[in-house]
Design a protein around this ligand. Structure first.
Ligand code: TXA
Ligand code: MG
Length: 351
């Protein structure tokens, strides 16, 4: 991109308290100057800018090569600040209070009517805004010192994998931004759950637009939980739907998601890596082929929660190794598994 300024991207460390203090001060200065900086959150790294500085927010779109019709999430420093960026309709007040009390700070993004003062560029002209409050200790410190809301989408180039480490951000955005705040590996590893709320009777409806670390089971005590219907035709035209393009989050190595072991028909001479769910023979994939590499999503617990934390990290590592294809086992379609499956489907060329 010719109009992207070339930066010498600084890696700001936070390993010791001394480093953290200096790094956070440097980041906050940059944000006040209208720069765009990569920051760790508990889900994935974000690309942050002052949400009330339309020019700075514009830079997020150019840095990511993100289409201007794709709205950004706004991160608030505390629960009260929700009202600076969004309007809470009276009929949803109780539900919003319950959800923010229960899940904030944390990986839940709530869509609400936007506050008039929030620049339209943030929401890509939509009347609603997605708001969340991150639980990452370094992100919280940046927010506290900055004092206002930050617009921050995932810190990847549009359509590529979301980064869950400083190295993964560097591999995509080095030279495009002044700094990355290195807060280590992201604890949750998957983007936040996005919900839309409806004031229905006898109880409110919580519609999951993007499955993530906060699951349907987690939300159930607070309302009737439904999943937004995906309609690719509508999605292609409508900026109303999040993550709207069918192919998204893709590694550069072609990825194939299998439904069963019989789906795999290897081609002669190709180098295949297996993205295994639990690394167990009884699942039927390990012995299917002489894999060039086997990476296991959940080697410890053999559960979807661990697989979710590791998904983007393992894909990033596999993507560095130049295989002809990454072949992914399916994971169970429940709990965090729903989010993992959605990412794998979007990343795969055969779905
Ligand atoms: O965990 C996360 O949510 C991360 C971290 C950095 O906070 N952020 C993140 O942002 O994933 P982003 O921009 O990569 O994904 C936000 C998704 C996009 O698919 C966007 O289309 C959708 O949310 N979105 C944002 N605002 C929306 C709105 N007002 N209405 C519908 N969809 C919206
Ligand atoms: Mg994203």
């Amino acid at each position: 991109m010719s109009d992207t300024p070339a930066y010498e991207t600084e890696i700001l460390r936070t390993g010791s308290e001394l480093e953290a203090v200096d790094s956070i001060r440097a980041v906050v200065d940059m944000l006040h100057r209208g720069e765009v900086v990569a920051l760790p959150t508990e889900t994935v790294y974000g690309l942050g800018a002052d949400a009330f500085d339309a020019e700075a927010v514009g830079k997020i779109f150019t840095t990511k090569e993100r289409p201007s019709f794709d709205p950004l999430i706004v991160h608030v420093p505390n629960k009260r600040a929700l009202h600076d960026v969004a309007q809470v309709p009276e009929e949803l007040e109780r539900l919003v209070a319950r959800l923010t009390e229960t899940f904030w700070p944390g990986p839940l993004t709530v869509l609400l009517p936007k506050a008039a003062a929030l620049p339209d560029v943030v929401t890509a002209g939509l009347p609603t805004v997605g708001v969340r409050m991150s639980d990452h200790p370094m992100f919280k410190r940046v927010m506290k010192h900055f004092g206002g809301p930050l617009a921050a989408p995932s810190a990847n180039l549009f359509g590529q994998l979301s980064p869950t480490s400083c190295a993964a951000v560097e591999s995509q955005l080095s030279g495009r931004i002044p700094a990355i705040l290195d807060g280590g590996a992201c604890g949750r590893g998957l983007e936040s759950t996005i919900v839309r709320l409806h004031a229905t009777e006898p109880k409110p409806t919580i519609e999951i637009l993007r499955p993530g670390p906060i699951t349907a089971e987690d939300l159930k005590p607070h309302g009737k939980v439904i999943f937004a219907e995906r309609n690719e035709d509508v999605e292609a035209q409508s900026p109303e739907a999040p993550g709207m393009l069918a192919s998204h989050y893709a590694p550069s190595t072609p990825l194939r998601l299998l439904s069963s072991p019989q789906d795999f028909k290897p081609e002669e001479g190709k180098r295949y890596a297996l993205l295994s769910y639990r690394g167990q023979e009884k699942d039927g994939y390990l012995d299917l082929h002489e894999w060039d590499e086997i990476s296991i999503l959940s080697p410890g617990s053999g559960r979807v929660a661990e697989a979710g934390i590791r998904l983007f990290h393992v894909l990033f590592q596999l993507d560095q190794q130049g295989f002809d294809e990454i072949v992914a086992e399916p994971v169970p379609d429940r709990s965090v598994g729903k989010a993992i499956l959605e990412k794998l489907r979007k990343a795969s060329f055969n779905q």
